[in-house]
Design a protein around this ligand. Structure first.
Ligand code: ZN
Length: 172
């Protein structure tokens, strides 16, 4: 949005409204096109992240603590550079992991994906709907109509009124 509205500052108010309105219409047209042509279950950026975590999940060592309650301990693979070997606890039904990513991003970490695959569930099923291509498309399906000529505007039955209490502080 910041990129779309760049240059809208310090313009007369009507020019500012026209510019922000037209840029927003353009932005929605552009992303509507991108979203409609997206053929992956998640938009490209999230799909890349998901695939990366899914690959990473394959090298985790998983211990099941409680199937019914969905409690698992995950140990990441020890790497040559000394990284890895970290232990995390996943509470599958609460959608939490001690790494913090799952609950914070509402997007599964590699530990959660490892648990999901182990349980035979589809890892895409634990991705919050805010990240899906379907939601992405819905966001950009709204349409705008050009503003009609001022002669066709209806007379408003209300007026903008300043809050005198807030204005009075300037007179002190
Ligand atoms: Zn995690």
């Amino acid at each position: 949005m910041n990129n779309a509205l760049r240059g809208a500052r310090q313009l007369p108010i009507k020019a500012c409204i026209d510019l922000t309105f037209n840029r927003t219409v353009h932005l929605f047209r552009k992303y509507n096109n991108v979203a409609m042509n997206c053929n992956t279950p998640l938009p490209s950026c999230m799909w890349r992240l998901f695939r990366k975590r899914e690959t990473h999940a394959q090298s985790h060592i998983l211990t099941e603590f409680n199937y019914n309650e969905g409690v698992y301990r995950i140990v990441t693979k020890l790497q040559i550079n000394g990284k890895g070997g970290n232990a995390q606890t996943v509470h599958y039904y609460q959608q939490t992991c001690t790494c913090g990513k799952w609950q914070m991003e509402m997007f599964p970490c590699s530990h959660a994906i490892a648990v999901c695959s182990y349980r035979g569930d589809n890892p895409l099923s634990i991705v919050n709907t805010v990240y899906t291509t379907m939601t992405y498309r819905q966001q950009y399906t709204s349409s705008f109509l050009p503003l009609s000529h001022v002669d066709y505007w209806l007379e408003s039955d209300w007026k903008i009124k300043a809050d005198d209490l807030k204005l009075s502080v300037f007179y002190v």
